[in-house]
Design a binder for this molecule. Structure first.
Ligand code: FES
Length: 111
């Protein structure tokens, strides 16, 4: 199911915080009950193994606070925009930095 805009035409924004360098983006979202997957991905995701591609997010802000693309991502996201990441491969922070990361879930659904 496609994300739905609210009555004002804007999409809802969820916020949470995490300790730098401690967790994968996928884990942070799951721990905080933030939706990551679309309908198919909810049921059919690979559990964070980097093989299904259902956890793609677009990094809108804070790219410098994330780890480099892993080899799995380099392979999987070869033809995708630079700003796209697999949430299950993305470590948020490196213990020495802090700041804000903004992502858009399901960027492949954007028109
Ligand atoms: S959960 Fe399958 S690639 Fe990330």
């Amino acid at each position: 199911m496609k994300p739905k805009a609210g009555g004002d035409g804007k999409y809802p924004v969820d916020r949470t915080s995490a300790v730098s360098g401690e967790k994968l983006m996928r884990t942070i979202m799951a721990d905080n009950k933030l939706e990551l997957y679309g309908t198919y991905g909810k049921v059919m995701n690979c559990g964070g193994g980097g093989s299904c591609g259902t956890c793609i997010v677009e990094v809108v802000e804070g790219k410098e606070l994330l780890n480099e693309r892993t080899n799995t991502e380099v392979k999987y996201l070869k033809k995708k925009p630079e700003s796209w990441r697999l949430a299950c491969q993305t470590i948020v922070g490196n213990k020495e930095n802090s700041g804000k990361v903004v992502i858009q879930r399901l960027p492949q659904w954007k028109k």
